[in-house]
Design a protein around this ligand. Sequence first.
Ligand code: 6PG
Ligand code: SF4
Length: 602
Amino acid sequence: MTLHSTIDRVTDRIIARSEATRRPYLDRMEAARAKGPARAHLSCSGQAHAYAASGEDKDRLATTSAGNLGIVTTYNDMLSAHQPFERYPDLIREAVRAAGGTAQVAGGVPAMCDGVTQGEAGMELSLFSRDVIALAASVALSHNTFDAAVYLGVCDKIVPGLVIAAQAFGHLPAVFLPAGPMESGLSNDEKAKVRQQFAAGEVGRDALMAAEMAAYHGPGTCTFYGTANTNQMLMEFMGLHLPGASFVPPNGMLRDALTQEGAKRALALSALGNDYTPVASILDEKAFVNGIVGLNATGGSTNLLIHLIAMARAGGIILDWEDFSDISDITPLLARVYPNGLADVNHFHAAGGLGYMIGELLKSGHLHPDTHTVAGQGLEHYTSEPKLKADGLVWEPGAGESLNEKILRPASDPFQSTGGLRRMAGSLGTACMKVSAVAPEHHIIEAPARVFADQNEVKAAFKAGELTDDVIVVVRFQGPKANGMPELHSLTPLLSILQGRGQKVALVTDGRMSGASGKVPAAIHVCPEAVDGGPIARVRDGDLLRVDAVAGTLDVLADGFEDRPNVTADLSAYHAGTGRELFEMFRNTVGSATTGATIFGG
Ligand SMILES: O=C(O)[C@H](O)[C@@H](O)[C@H](O)[C@H](O)COP(=O)(O)O
Ligand code: SF4
């Protein structure tokens, strides 16, 4: 199948835009490889320190040039998605030893659960935690005793942070090892209904707690298609997972086999062997374009409109929102997974999952087929599925057709002919919206503004019965520089109630929403942010606003708007407590959402 002309054009545009930064990056990675096997350059004392506690691996480390695998782990008990990683280092050491190599935990890096911090002060550290993870993973790998690395991470800012670090060590092969989704519990839609009932005062806290505990009930990634599971999709579209590894359940025999195979694969791709495949050669412009296609074809998280830009920049590749918008315009939406539908990722996987979808998009010419991946040359590898047979792990062709067309469709008959994400622009600035999660009748909202500087003020106004008419809720001073660009997802229940009452309602914010947010039209990531003097800082209560996801516009319909003075805000309450006082340098150096909201420049 010929490659879609837009995919070709956007890829060429990215290559041209990145020329001045990609080449020097690749030269740096080549120079790092040319230095030869990492630990050979350490001093005797450096090596002794590195091997001292390595027990049965000490001799192999000190006297042979057998490959040494660095494990970067984000294990902790706070994220259900990361708790299974507790067992991985032992599983990995066992497999790598049997293959003649060694493995060491290079370092453990922090990981935040956005579900725990949603609506709390901690959420203001969430976006910054991505760059903290990149810094911490780099500290781990800076021991420079590794010939390849495996990255244990799943959730929101963790995979993006690990990818940024992996690119700083892009001369090393990298395999990302996931843990898999939680078993399906109370459906996401049922959970959302109980939340709305609680917000409306119809049920008590005990009913809400019971519903939440039934939804989030065990190890594994939460089953909605939010940022975490969008990351998992990307790791297959971009070739950093073993094929079909993303949505195999945690802790089972197939999962353990995939973990061990992934670790062995990483070492097999090192410069010590004949199949050298550094991560810098995998994460090229084509891989990122394939990721953007996957993001749109699945209706993935809006957070990846920020993270993919930061991830690409770490490898000298410059993406912008126009790339996402042009690809969205021609990419069919092939999946309906909550919040874009009622199914969860387990149902999606059972219906044919990523293997089927990648096959469809390869056939329709929406994906570059000729990419490098950890599974070998060519994205075709990712149309297959792992199976555990008597003699071990094998890959077999995936589902040749969708097993449930309410969840997963062929490219010839998509849910909609354009992608799930929409870029918007107008007199209020530039923003984005996940249109795939909003019913068409809510795609255009024109209503008076009600302006807030904090999500808790919105909740108070709702409780006081002040939000009874058509309204566009504007929550500003929530950008990266203001307070770390928190997700305002805890507003979803009350905004859904307004919508359910028949009110025209939308949200406009320079903050973010969760990948799990849906139903209510939300123009988010508004740039320039209020603290940078963006137009959002000049909106007043009562201004008529228009959020138009069909035309892709975001406008203030008030006369003389542009002549108004900016409004400033006292943000000091956001800058201390829960460790936020330690992040002032992040707030002072972070870039805008359109450039990835990163502290690493650009
Ligand atoms: O971007 C995301 O996908 C979210 O940050 C997600 O990781 C977070 O866990 C949700 O907020 C949980 O959803 P609930 O808050 O609805 O449980
Ligand atoms: S998906 Fe969100 S809530 Fe679930 S474990 Fe990951 S970060 Fe936490």
